[in-house]
Design a protein around this ligand. Sequence first.
Ligand code: SF4
Ligand code: SF4
Length: 587
Amino acid sequence: MVRLPDKRTMLMFISTTRKEMKELGWDRLDIILITGDGYIDSPFVGVAVIGKIILNAGYRVGIIAQPDMASGDDISRLGEPRLFWGVTGGCIDSMVANYTASGRKRKSDDYTPGNVNNRRPDRATIVYSNLIRTYFKKTCPIVLGGIEASLRRIAHYDSWSDTIRRSILFDAKADYLLYGMADRSVVELAARLKAGEDPRGIRGICYASLSIPEDCLELPTFESASQDKAAFTEMFHLFYRNNDPMTALPLAQKQDNRYLIQTPPAYALSGRELDAVHDLNYERELHPYYRNQGKVKSLETIGFSIATHRGCYGECNFCAISVHQGRKVTCRSRASILNEARAFTLDPRFKGVIQDVGGPTANMYGIDCARKEKQGCCPDKRCLFPKICSRLTTDHNQQISLLKALRAVNGVKKVFIASGIRHDLVMADKKHGTEYLKQVIRHHVSGQLKLAPEHSEARVLQKMGKSGRETLLAFRERFFDLAKRGEKNLFLTYYLIAAHPGCTDDDMARLRSFVLGDLQFLPEQVQVFTPTPSTWSTLMYWTERDPFNGKPCFVEKTHRGRERQKEILADRRTKKQQPDRSKNYYL
Ligand code: SF4
Ligand code: SF4
């Protein structure tokens, strides 16, 4: 149970220096969290959220952000914790944060003070665990968490080394790994360690074992999964299917002479518990200790934004959110969201603009499925693909009402929606979809609305798990019609992906003519597909087969070929194919 906040967490940073510990009268911490991001105290930054939750549960906690690797000064500056070290690579997998899809080193890092990408080591979770062991020989347990650990918890394809890697728990030589959002499991882990009890029974944990506990479903071994693509595919199917807290079995995978054991996922927080997490009073600022290193860019977008829910029904094949956050959407209460907005208006830094109201997808707030609540997700059916399930309540009325109430908060001048909008959900809502879109156009976008169709070709969209172009075109027509009626000069931009498994040069050429012709849009930024750990698309990339029917699937793997696909779409030289801007380019 996530506790309701008490005064320990009233607007304060978590300690990152001895001086702060002293001010709290603490000589030793219970838990020290190490992160690959700068310490930004925000509800959008996992380490801050986990830190506040365990602080609120009564533990003494400290954070060390981006410790210096060349000496022990940083890692030892708070001493040794009593209960455990918590290690995360940060908000993004460190390899994704450090390299582009084409393998080039990224220069900037939105979560590093100064915005220069020079403080997050590659494979940060492993590196930080080693750093701890270097300076604290026989220390308390090292516990991994965050997206990097979560998505690398079993054998996984790692595109940066082009190999199947073992669980990160083994590579980091850590004691436990908490996967998923971990807000419930981290409190249980702390309680068990404090009581001197074995934490291996809690949900949402991975650990190493010499034998398989009863009732565990055994996955193909690491050895077979790394050598045989069919075994790897079978492993991923079993792993994915056992990801719902209502139905999942414990899993075991033999890796060398030990087993990785994964207990079933932690139950999703209730709406009330999610409120409690967001009510923990975040400073929404970089900790002062790190401020002389420069500003963090991410605060420009997350500083005064509001998360209304967590989870996503989308299950796009290239996205890992369902493996990390789950396929269930949990919403905060309207009162908690409005209280957060009211609190913004009391902050002297707030200029009246809420930068975003949303979640992984903005328009899933208040949308639900009764079956999921009681029996868990359908094992053999998706909520949005190939068509929107009739049991999903697609009604946008709650969102309309929430947005209206946010606009009415005294001191709020503007409320933006920057999170992506699922246009297929809007179109599926026959009752309030048009009204929602009207509200979005009138009040919540400035200049442009971003959509993520990703592609136009049915074969490629099927590999992505995304809906077809017909819905997109219908949405586009409605959008421009409403914008015109409201006399708004708005336009649509589109996220598009090149080199996704199943996509050929010809598909990209067809996408180009669709985008220039039907969408009247000139693509400037095109994302090249990155095979990140633990997604269906990455499985397709590695095996070159469609995991759902076993058939061979073309995959462009060469660096040149992947870049070529991108250039086919983003090529600005072919003048005659460019859209006529005078004709409804945006209006
Ligand atoms: S809709 Fe967005 S957040 Fe949801 S699964 Fe698809 S890409 Fe991920
Ligand atoms: S019944 Fe439909 S909406 Fe509910 S979990 Fe199953 S597929 Fe998703």
